[in-house]
Design a protein around this ligand. Structure first.
Ligand code: DHB
Length: 368
């Protein structure tokens, strides 16, 4: 097929290293979307080019540059962590290439380039609902513990400010290194401070280690609850975390247990295609990101210029496996429902079971 008839999506993801589960989930979801929707859109053959950046932002930038210059991709996508998205944003601007952020979740990423469109979430979006829930549910004092980089700092800032606003008290704000964190000394400190709850943000893939050490130290028996954004009870790992995680309350935009027909179909199809792997919130960001790209290509009738594609991504509204979402035409960020969930056992498996919802949450990080 002639080159003109190909529409190329350069999907840059961490396929190895600390964030490898993010890459595995998003690639699987993108391939599922293509298997379900075909690879021809508006007369173009859609081609996915997957590159492994090992979650090192210098690699992300180098690979994105090659994809733009050598492969002449129509769209860049993926971006497993915030530093990767921020490293590529200037290239997206210079080359007028849409950059569909499917994972990274620091509020400011959409402001780094007018070519960024986001289908994941933001940490301020996920955090404030929990800070509204906690003081009404016996949690008056907290310590926050976050990964020391963009999304963690967003989570700390928005969760803690909202807690204080709601009459709660933040005893201490702790930050752990993003790479190879050792949670033990931080958890010891939390034990000594004895808050009603520990609020946690760690990136996808690190939650199991936090939960394990939290249980091993008998923090729950000492009367300290663990709460967090849903990154800590990540569906990719949740079922292997053991019964110590039962009852943990988190807030997030996606649970594999979301009880809609569309989600049940999504989870079934994803598990069938991936040796029973349960899709997590990264997968849904990838799946919906592909939808946003496909529909933009369709509505521009295959013309495919970067500015026209971004314009066609703005304002898209649709039902996702997570619930109804839309791309805010002003901010290019995702607007979505945020759920409060509790870890429960269903049919012998651990799930984040939704028990409350805040509808149509815009990123509070942009409300200024
Ligand atoms: C980011 C990465 C994650 O794995 C996550 O769960 C949330 C945010 C990030 O780097 O933006």
């Amino acid at each position: 097929m002639a080159q003109d008839n190909v529409f190329k999506i350069g999907l840059v993801l961490p396929m190895t290293g600390q964030q490898a589960t993010t890459g595995r989930q998003i690639e699987a979801a993108a391939r599922l979307y293509m298997a379900q929707n075909g690879d021809t859109v508006a007369g173009k053959k859609v081609q996915l080019i997957v590159k492994d950046d090992t979650s090192l932002p210098d690699q992300t930038r180098r690979l994105a540059q090659e994809l733009i210059v050598n492969d002449k991709v129509n769209v860049l996508a993926g971006m497993g962590i915030t530093p990767s998205a921020l490293a590529v944003a200037p290239l997206a601007t210079q080359s007028k290439t849409p950059l569909v952020v499917m994972a990274a979740a620091t509020s400011s990423i959409t402001e780094a380039s007018p070519f960024v469109v986001r289908t994941s979430f933001t940490l301020p979006q996920a955090s404030v609902a929990l800070a509204d829930w906690a003081p009404k549910n016996g949690i008056k004092t907290v310590v926050s513990l976050v990964s020391d980089y963009g999304p963690g700092i967003d989570a700390e800032k928005f969760f803690n400010a909202r807690m204080v606003n709601n009459g709660g008290k933040v005893i201490e704000a702790l930050r752990v290194p993003m790479r190879n964190p050792d949670f033990a000394p931080f958890l010891q400190k939390v034990r000594d401070l004895k808050p009603d709850a520990l609020f946690v943000f760690v990136p996808s893939g690190a939650g199991a280690a936090v939960m394990k050490q939290f249980s091993e130290r008998g923090m729950d028996k000492a009367g300290i609850k663990l709460i967090g954004t849903g990154d800590v009870t990540d569906d990719d790992q949740l079922n292997d975390m053991g019964d110590g995680v039962l009852g943990v309350v988190t807030s997030h935009h996606y649970s594999a247990a979301h009880p809609s027909e569309l989600n049940k179909k999504f989870v079934d199809a994803f598990q069938k295609a991936n040796k029973n792997l349960r899709p997590n919130f990264m997968a849904v960001g990838g799946y919906d990101g592909m939808r946003v790209i496909y529909e933009a290509l369709r509505s521009t009738k295959g013309a495919g210029g970067g500015e026209a594609l971004v314009a066609a991504m703005k304002g898209q509204i649709f039902e996702s496996p997570r619930g109804k979402i839309y791309i805010d035409a002003q901010t290019r960020d995702v607007v979505q429902d945020i759920y409060l969930r509790k870890v429960e056992k269903k049919d012998g498996q651990l799930f984040n079971v939704e028990f409350d919802v805040i509808k149509d949450v815009k990123d509070p990080g942009k409300a200024k």
